[in-house]
Ligand binder design. Structure first.
Ligand code: CTP
Length: 399
């Protein structure tokens, strides 16, 4: 039997992309019905929606001569899954506060099953505190928010607020419903750690966390449940399959990783973990003097190595990163061997557009048989998708 998807369209320019979304579901054998706001119909016509979906559009609650006047209840019961795309700040706000004054908002309140929302709005509106608070309310109630932009903040810092591409929305919902890769779990570490010197100072590094967040997002897109263990960063993520754990120091990160490592199938250490930490941090602010200040550093534990050498089972895939400036490939292979990894992702700081503080990357992916895949310069999201597809290939083919 065909699955029933109800698509809610609210009034944003991204409404034109909802037409592609309707097509994706129809093409993949879903039965599609659409409920749209009046403002949505300023952007797309009822005729297009009805032609593509093959069903009557629901928009006017008070139309006379209809079969029934409780269409919103019937539709809510008919749907196996409901996705609002685009979801404007207005519909997000209305739904968060239980308001119902048109066909879409009323159907939303009558609906009880799994709900996805794909927000779309200008980046200033997205950043607005009220909008973010409303999104939190919805997330806490179990609504699956499909992160705008290229999947999460800053991948495309210009365009935060752009609706997730319709193909990706389809994929996220289809993966969710079909349970593809479901059951698979991953641990991804991201960002740089901060090692306190005193109450206000710390030793840090220039990692933005973006690569790790992109990896988490790509895995979640494929239906994998992710524990994202992140050093301090301003990046955000709303993907329903990502559980985020924030840490500060290398020792915190080690502890958090060890808590989840035995339960996951995939471990990706993308974090820039401090290799050294002050031997004696103090909990007050050290006063300035004219003398030099020597800080003694002690090595931190290599989290990647620890997790890799103590795997929960031999099916677990462990992937490390290497950031090199000289003899890159040789050094990366050395790390791959000594840490007994399945794969290593080599970033070269010598490459333009690669490494820290950029939104692009260019890497070599080397597996334990020393097979090398060259991933050319592109957005970190695209690089992450390629890495993830290689990892899933290994898992699914039991290589
Ligand atoms: N890593 C880790 N724990 C540490 C240091 C690094 O888990 N205390 C992980 C990183 O997350 C990364 C990999 O080890 O996946 C490689 O980090 P990198 O700094 O390139 O290499 P190191 O082994 O630390 O060696 P070096 O700094 O000398 O190159």
């Amino acid at each position: 039997m065909k699955k029933h998807v109800l698509i809610g369209i609210s009034g944003g320019i991204a409404a034109y992309k909802s037409l592609t979304l309707i097509r994706s579901f129809v093409k993949n054998d879903y039965e599609v019905k659409v409920v749209a706001t009046d403002h949505a119909l300023e952007f797309v016509t009822p005729l297009t929606i009805e032609t593509l979906s093959g069903n009557k559009l629901y928009n006017n609650m008070f139309q006379t001569g209809q079969e029934r006047t409780t269409e919103h209840i019937a539709l809510a019961q008919w749907a196996d899954v409901f996705v609002v795309a685009p979801a404007t700040a207005n519909i997000i706000g209305k739904y968060a506060h239980g308001l119902a004054d048109d066909a879409l908002s009323t159907t939303l309140l009558a609906y009880k099953k799994i709900l996805f929302m794909a927000p779309a709005m200008n980046d200033a509106m997205w950043d607005n505190e009220a909008v973010q608070a409303n999104l939190k309310i919805l997330q806490n109630r179990g609504v699956k928010i499909l992160e705008p932009g290229s999947g999460f903040l800053a991948c495309n810092s210009e365009g935060k607020g752009r609706m997730m591409e319709p193909e990706k929305i389809f994929e996220a919902i289809d993966n969710y419903l079909c349970g593809k890769n479901s059951g698979l779990r991953a641990l991804v570490s991201a960002g740089g750690t901060q090692e306190p010197i005193d109450a206000v100072r710390y030793i840090g590094n220039r990692s933005s966390g973006l690569m790790g967040f992109c990896l988490a997002e790509s895995l979640a897109q494929k239906g994998v449940q992710v524990d994202l263990i992140s050093g301090p960063t301003s990046l955000t993520t709303h993907h329903p399959l990502i559980h985020r754990i924030d840490v500060q120091t290398a020792a915190d990160m080690l502890q958090a990783c060890q808590m989840v490592a035995s339960q996951v199938d995939i471990i990706i250490m993308a974090a820039a973990v401090a290799d050294y930490t002050p031997e004696h941090a103090v909990d007050y602010k050290v006063k300035k003097t004219d003398a030099t200040w020597q800080i003694h550093l002690k090595p931190t534990e290599d989290i990647l190595k620890t997790l890799s050498l103590h795997r929960a089972n031999d099916r677990q895939i462990v992937v490390g990163f290497a950031l090199e400036t000289n003899d890159e490939k040789e050094n990366a292979i050395k790390k791959l061997k000594t840490k007994q990894l399945d794969m290593i992702v080599l970033n070269s700081l010598n490459d333009k557009g690669a490494g820290f503080s950029t939104s692009t990357n260019k890497v070599l992916l080397i597996d334990k048989n020393e097979q090398v895949i060259d991933i050319p310069l592109q957005s970190k999201q695209a690089v992450a998708e390629e890495i993830v597809s290689q990892i899933l290939k290994k898992i699914n083919h039991h290589e």
